[in-house]
Write a protein that binds this ligand. Structure first.
Ligand code: SF4
Length: 226
């Protein structure tokens, strides 16, 4: 099977199995940027709690956060962990945004070419290609494919990417194989597959709709731990 056909079959099977998540406008890009900085190396519950505490402490006012004492920000975001790094990243991001734009808005990136927008977002402290892609895809439905550990692991097992492919290589692979209009549903469905079926510790292949397209499943035995 051609790789492009395989990628399309994977996307279709996941939609058949889980449904097709529909993108909706309305996510604020600065909220998303800060929320994603908070989400590094923790789960959604903890990062969500940290974001809520940040809001409860400073209101819906990024200027108050930018000028606040760092210790107050650290206290507010403590549930997210790594607060000694995340607090300066948040302040650094807000300072950069204020310097660059004179306001706490990122809507202008929606009008940039995708690569330029990704490049700009990655100039913010604590923001790599995953966070930049999340902002572009979730806030503006632009053609950037975010790759987290679930997507990376599954893509390697499926054989869409090489077994040692970096997250960035996996991102470029999917972006070359499928139209951008499919990125949102595919990203969410791969994450759901990773949480529920193709887990890091155990690939529950007997439950998986992707068996026919999966190198790991079809060559089991030749694989070591992945
Ligand atoms: S068949 Fe198994 S290894 Fe392949 S994607 Fe599904 S759960 Fe993961």
């Amino acid at each position: 099977m051609e790789k492009r056909d395989k990628a399309q079959a994977i996307a279709n099977s996941l939609i058949h199995h889980f449904g097709e998540p529909q993108w909706q406008p309305g996510e604020d890009a600065v909220d998303m940027l800060i929320g994603t900085i908070l989400s590094a190396n923790t789960n959604d519950v903890n990062s969500g709690r940290a974001f809520d505490q940040l809001r409860a402490t400073f209101g819906h006012d990024w200027e108050r956060v930018r000028v606040a004492p760092l210790d107050e920000i650290k206290d507010a975001i403590r549930p997210a962990g790594m607060y000694n790094q995340k607090a300066p990243h948040i302040v650094g991001a807000l300072e950069k945004l204020w310097r660059d734009r004179g306001e706490y808005k990122l809507d202008f990136v929606a009008d940039l070419p995708v690569e330029e927008a990704l490049g700009y977002l990655q100039t913010f402290p604590g923001v790599g290609h995953k966070t930049a892609s999340i902002v572009l895809l979730f806030c503006f439905n632009r053609g950037a494919f975010p790759v987290d550990t679930h997507v990376q692991r599954i893509s390697r097992r499926l054989g869409v990417s090489a077994r040692n492919a970096t997250a960035l290589a996996v991102k470029h692979e999917w972006e070359a194989l499928l139209p951008a209009a499919q990125f949102y549903a595919l990203h969410l469905n791969l994450i759901r597959l990773g949480r529920e079926i193709c887990q890091a510790r155990e690939a529950r292949c007997s439950l998986c709709p992707l068996q026919p397209y999966c190198d790991y499943f079809n060559r089991r035995g030749a694989w070591g731990a992945s």
